[in-house]
Design a protein around this ligand. Structure first.
Ligand code: FAD
Length: 414
């Protein structure tokens, strides 16, 4: 009697303990869930990932409510067990509890094995027994705990090839190069990690000294955010510092001026070239460099005074690597209402950030072609006939943001 392997965020055949546990004869299935709107960019990426997976092993693709689809499939096959890699997002945990119950009613057991992380979210605790709220102690505990070796040697797939090319090339320069968006200094593995085309364990096993390696440290941020969300599932849409939802004064999106400013931000037409380049990279590639994610998020929150949730929603819709833990908590970090947040007063200056991390303006010129012939494309102003002037004055809005923050009452939650 074959078991079923239910693929979700583990779209690979190698180093997949849940797939191994299901056995060589397992019927593998992916269920497209209509409740889960992944947006156009991710839908296309997902199709590619499923096609690659289907070329490596037989895969059935169904659509519908997984509780129903899997139940009917198990009945048809006479399967008694459905295996899957645990998915720890709040949405997935709820869904899987429902699926587990529905399957149990048919006498079928849902077995969740492994997670998309080197250390399962929820496993590490502070000395007082709670979850970590600050990255550095989490990182130390994460390193001290360590992780297992890959379950099986990985045959080549695109994600693994990308990782190995990066390891042989840019990895040694990563610490320095990762902040300069004009050059390919980062791995661009984020969608592959999100969809589980490669497991972080596989990567960590091939890093010579993961205890000190800056790339492994960034992977730990991913693990940290998943862990925070495990303990605080409400953080998907609620500020960890609740004053930001209950007391902070925001601009009103019903106001036509604010609505136009928000629209300009989404389309990369704020008149701040570095911000616009980032937002246009998002629209053209479905991906944005980390430095720009911070700068553009800061601009929405601290220059336009809009709530982080609005920007997080836009990013979720347009990022190919959209990941509820990394995205929502990345936004909360920038807003200053998250875990060990950047202090609220550290407001990204869109001009000095550009001068520092894109000194020659190459990144700006690549994504804002109107400025291709402008010698110094950093300072907003009348730069080109078809390029807008700045929609706000950063120096003024910075002061407004600081004043609004200072007006908040003392922090109620910690
Ligand atoms: C406002 C904001 C929103 C973000 N939204 C997302 C998102 O939806 N999905 C997402 O995967 N990342 C998100 N990030 C984190 C980071 O920007 C991306 O992971 C990174 O840019 C992906 O590119 P890369 O794979 O080349 O990264 P690399 O620099 O090569 O890093 C390797 C991997 O480490 C992890 N990582 C790196 N930096 C971070 C970080 N700061 N936080 C968490 N994990 C990290 C990612 O999995 C990444 O793929 C966000 C950051 C901010 C500030």
């Amino acid at each position: 009697m074959p078991a079923i392997h239910w693929f979700r965020r583990d779209l690979r055949v190698a180093d997949n303990p849940a797939l191994d546990a299901a056995g060589p004869d397992a019927v593998a299935v992916f269920v497209r869930d209509p409740r889960f709107d992944v947006g156009e960019v991710r839908a296309t990426y997902l199709d590619g990932a499923l096609a690659e997976l289907a070329s490596a092993r037989t895969l059935q693709i169904h659509a519908g409510d997984p509780a129903v689809v899997l139940g009917e499939l198990a009945e048809r096959l006479g399967a008694r067990e459905v295996f899957c890699t645990a998915d720890t997002t709040p949405f997935a945990r709820k869904r899987d509890a429902t699926v587990e119950d529905a399957l149990a009613q048919r006498g079928v057991t849902l077995r969740q094995i492994d997670t998309p992380y080197a250390v399962p979210p929820g496993e590490l605790h502070t000395q007082s027994g709670g979850g970590f709220r600050v990255f550095t102690p989490f990182y130390k505990a994460w390193l001290a705990r360590g992780w297992g070796s890959p379950a099986t040697t990985a045959p080549s797939n695109q994600a693994l090839n990308r990782w190995r090319a990066f390891r042989q090339g840019a990895l040694s320069q990563y610490k320095k190069a990762r902040d300069f968006p004009a050059d390919p200094g980062t791995s661009r593995l984020s969608p592959a990690l999100h969809f589980g085309q490669i497991h972080p364990r596989t990567i960590l096993a091939e890093i010579p000294d993961p205890l000190t390696d800056p790339f492994a440290r960034q992977l730990a941020w991913r693990e940290f955010y998943a862990d925070v969300l495990w303990h605080r599932p409400e953080a998907v849409w609620t500020s960890l510092d609740e004053r930001f939802d209950t007391q902070m004064e925001y601009a009103n999106l019903e106001d036509p001026v604010t609505a136009a400013q928000y629209e300009a931000w989404t389309q990369g037409r704020t008149g701040y070239p570095y911000v616009d380049a980032g937002m246009r990279q998002l629209l053209t590639e479905g991906w944005m460099h980390n430095r720009l994610r911070m700068v553009t998020a800061s601009f929405l929150i601290k220059d336009l005074h809009l709530p982080w949730q609005l920007g997080a929603r836009w990013f979720l819709r347009h990022l190919v690597d959209a990941d509820v833990a990394n995205n929502q908590l990345g936004w909360q970090w920038v807003a200053g209402c998250g875990t060990d947040a950047a202090p609220y007063f550290r407001i990204f200056n869109p001009v000095t950030q550009g001068r520092r991390f894109d000194p020659d303006g190459d990144y700006i010129r690549r994504y804002v072609p109107e400025l291709a012939d402008v010698a110094d494309p950093h300072e907003p102003g009348v730069l080109a006939p078809d390029y807008p002037g700045p929609i706000v004055d950063h120096r003024v809005e910075r002061d407004v943001a600081l004043a609004r923050f200072q007006a908040l009452g003392s922090r109620a939650s910690s």
